[in-house]
Design a binder for this molecule. Structure first.
Ligand code: ARG
Length: 501
């Protein structure tokens, strides 16, 4: 293509025939989607190639026509790969219009043949499904890297205790690694949700037409296979109006955002002077224009803050969908911008979180000091009495009285004398007070999933194994895909659409 093949002339539109007058200028701009759906161009081109081959099978295109059409489509693809800025000059209405205009510019009337028996309604649904499948795989890969970094911190700081909290009150000592693994668990559920969204997108609508199906006997299964889908959609009316896969994807993104936001909240609190559990890396903090001493956890605050727009994207699309009649409605055009933006934001949030976790230093002295506060062993005290046959509720009550006595004497309860505690219960023996320490409190939690060192070691090994498996399954999926140029071109296009052009 030498220059832009598109223009605003009526005869260049995909639908001008029955109209007498040009659309209102403001409305025309209002209804266009090329500024954002151009991001789907690599997928559109892949679908076009598959469609051309399918049209040949049913005798609509000759072998030569298919050859020429595919060559022209590939020329667009390679121009896209070289430098997507050539799209900037286009006045196409949408990505589908763009390709048709380019084909006509290149091939003359043959360019108009490709749209035989098909509709933009099924095209946009197909392109968008392919996008979601790739997007889900790329975030799965990013999360795998993130989890590896968290596990590295869990390994590097293994054995360091911290004060576990509920209600933001010191509760029981745990291992820092156990705390980190809690976050790993949450993010591994996100990997599963992304998988679910990809599976939900993995059905090919092509052959659904505008709403009713295809009258040329097109080979739907063949097109689906060609494009890497594992199945076809079941009902043409549903296929053009269904965006559940996009909602599933936005739900998965909302889950990631929620988990990142909770992790961010932990780190913001831990970086405060009151806690001082973590030392913020310079690379992921900022200063104050006024107060020279400040080092603020902006990386985590922004991650927490951006969660709002991710949830907003999910709620926005849910609201768009809720009143739609069956089949395609133009409202559905509103599905893309927010999803693209949410995807890009999550990718950025994960990248920053990965860097910030990797470079964060944990303040061992502060963590250990907080974990060693004797109030954290109160439950151990009650358990001691349970081991001597006392019902737990009574044991709880007795330790409560011991704590009250310590408060009266104004000293840590582990420093009470044996006589003092024996006055409260004769079940206390010599070994009692000396046996209360942070190591022991942690070591007793040796059930699977507990915070004892051996349990945490097993958990790390199990998670590492899961991450390795996920990594290799993603690698093989990406290898299968490497034949499709859609992915690499999509990555380049993203840069443009991110800015909302
Ligand atoms: N730009 C439209 C969208 O994103 C493509 C389908 C247009 N179909 C139509 N009948 N106007 O949904």
């Amino acid at each position: 293509m030498t220059d832009s093949p598109t223009s605003n002339r009526k005869d260049d539109r995909l639908w001008g025939g029955r109209f007498e007058r040009e659309p209102d200028k403001a409305f025309d701009a209002f209804q266009r989607s090329f500024s954002f759906d151009r991001r789907l161009l690599p997928y559109e081109l892949a679908v076009d190639r598959a469609w051309a081959r399918a049209l040949q099978k049913v005798g609509i295109l000759t072998e030569v026509e298919v050859h020429d059409t595919i060559k022209a489509l590939e020329a667009i693809a390679s121009e896209l790969d070289d430098d997507p800025t050539f799209l900037d000059g286009s006045t196409a209405e949408d990505v589908h219009h763009f390709v048709e205009s380019a084909l006509v510019h290149d091939l003359g009337a043959l360019g108009w043949k490709l749209h035989t028996g098909r509709s933009r309604n099924e095209l946009v649904a197909t392109d968008f499904r392919l996008f979601v499948m790739d997007a889900a795989a790329s975030l799965q890969q990013q999360i795998t890297k993130f989890l590896t970094v968290i596990l590295e911190q869990a390994n590097a700081n293994f054995g360091l205790p911290m004060a576990g909290m509920t209600h933001m009150q010191h509760a029981q000592p745990i291992l820092l690694s156990h705390f980190l693994l809690a976050h790993v668990e949450a993010f591994s559920r996100d990997v599963t949700r992304l998988q679910h969204a990809a599976e939900s997108a993995d059905a090919c609508p092509m052959g659904s037409g505008a709403l009713a199906g295809n009258s040329f006997g097109i080979d739907r299964e063949g097109i689906a296979r060609d494009l890497g889908f594992s199945r076809i959609t079941a009902n043409s009316l549903d296929a053009v109006g269904d965006r559940d896969f996009a909602l599933d994807y936005l739900f998965a993104l909302s889950g990631i955002a929620t988990h990142l936001s909770r992790l961010a909240e932990d780190f913001v609190i831990f970086a405060s002077q009151e806690f001082a559990y973590v030392i913020l890396p310079d690379e992921y903090a900022t200063g104050s224009s006024l107060m020279p001493q400040k080092k603020n956890p902006d990386s985590w605050e922004l991650i927490r803050g951006k969660t709002g727009r991710i949830h907003g994207a999910l709620l926005g699309l849910l609201t768009t969908m809720k009143g739609l009649p069956t089949s395609y409605q133009r409202d559905l055009q509103e599905d893309k911008e927010a999803l693209f933006a949410a995807h890009d934001q999550i990718a950025a949030m994960l990248a920053i979180a990965t860097g910030a976790v990797a470079t964060t230093k944990f303040n061992g002295d502060r963590l250990r000091a907080a974990a060693s506060n004797p109030v954290l062993f109160a439950t151990e005290g009650a358990d001691y009495l349970v081991h001597r046959g006392l019902p737990f509720r009574q044991a709880h009550d007795i330790i409560g009285k011991v704590l009250r006595e310590a408060e009266r004497q104004n000293k840590p309860w582990t420093q009470l004398s044996l006589e003092d505690v024996q006055k409260i219960s004769p079940l206390f023996e010599k070994d009692f007070l000396s046996g209360l320490n942070v190591e022991k409190a942690i070591a007793t939690k040796s059930v699977p999933g507990g915070t004892a060192a051996d349990s945490v070691k097993l958990a790390i090994a199990a998670l590492q194994e899961r991450i390795n498996m996920l990594h290799s399954s993603l690698q093989s999926r990406l290898q299968v895909k490497s034949g499709s140029e859609a992915q690499t071109s999509e990555a380049k296009l993203k840069v443009k659409t991110q800015t909302g052009e």
